[in-house]
Design a protein. Structure first.
Length: 264
């Protein structure tokens, strides 16, 4: 009997030793889903919104057209600028010919040096006017490109804050046209204690599980340095980035749980 008890005790101690040498499984943390990043889409120039190509909830790709501003005035300015540029180009060509004539007459001692210098000054002034016209025309062309407002990243349109026909002006107020949430990656946020925060590093693997049972592999994006309460009690903010298929149809604010690497 004593020998049996000794064997049982030895087995129990051996099992306990094995448990103590194994990493402890990490607990799941309460978390909340959010967009990977929120982008404020604004109008880079003043104008009237001619066309809105998206609605809240739409998925968009990077560079996709979201809004188009009225460009009639800009196109008229561009035509006027091109005409002015051509006039100044001809003016510069004439100034070049005047310099050539003045140099020839000066070589033949028919005019004074002062007259030659004046012709060169006139040519330099004509070249400067043409360069300024080129710059103004280039600015108009950039404004024409900017009149088509495109998505800064792939994601989902969260809100549209303007209507077709509405005038917008960055000079008067931030001309916010829409808010876009990037969906790849998505972000899960939770809070951790100081000990957990101290052992976590960006890039470490993590796993995000939804209430529906769906789970996605991800990685630690950042760990905060200040205590805060984001709805799960005071702790250090943990952000985990993960990718999910479109079929998941994730929304900001959804509940989730985050599994972290087990403590060594």
């Amino acid at each position: 009997m004593g020998a049996s008890r000794s064997l049982i005790l030895a087995a129990a101690l051996t099992g306990l030793g094995l448990l103590l040498t194994q990493p402890v499984a990490a607990d799941e943390l309460e978390a909340r889903i959010d967009w990977g990043q929120r982008h404020t889409v604004s109008a880079p120039l003043a104008g009237i919104v001619r066309e809105i190509s998206v609605r809240p909830g739409d998925r968009v790709t990077e560079g996709q057209t979201l809004f188009t501003l009225d460009t009639r005035r800009l196109r008229a300015d561009a035509r006027a600028g091109e005409a002015e540029r051509e006039r100044l180009r001809l003016e510069l060509a004439e100034a070049d010919r005047e310099v050539e004539r003045a140099e020839e007459l000066y070589d033949r001692t028919l005019i004074a040096l002062r007259e030659l210098e004046l012709s060169r000054i006139q040519r330099a002034m004509a070249a400067a006017r043409l360069a300024r016209a080129d710059a103004e025309l280039q600015k108009i062309r950039v404004d024409l490109e900017d009149s088509v407002v495109r998505a800064p990243a792939a994601g989902r349109i969260l809100s549209v804050t303007v209507s077709a026909g509405e005038a917008v002006s960055p000079a008067l107020a931030p001309a916010v046209l829409a808010v876009l949430g990037s969906t790849d990656p998505m972000r899960a946020e939770a809070t951790v204690d100081a000990g957990t925060a101290g052992r976590l590093q960006p890039g470490q693997p993590a796993r995000v599980r939804l209430d529906t049972g769906e789970a996605f592999d991800g990685s630690v994006a950042s760990v905060g340095w200040q205590l805060e309460d984001i709805g799960f009690g005071h702790g250090y903010r943990l952000a985990v980035h993960f990718s999910a298929p479109e079929t998941a149809r994730l929304r900001a604010g959804q509940s989730a749980r985050v599994s972290l690497p087990a403590a060594e």
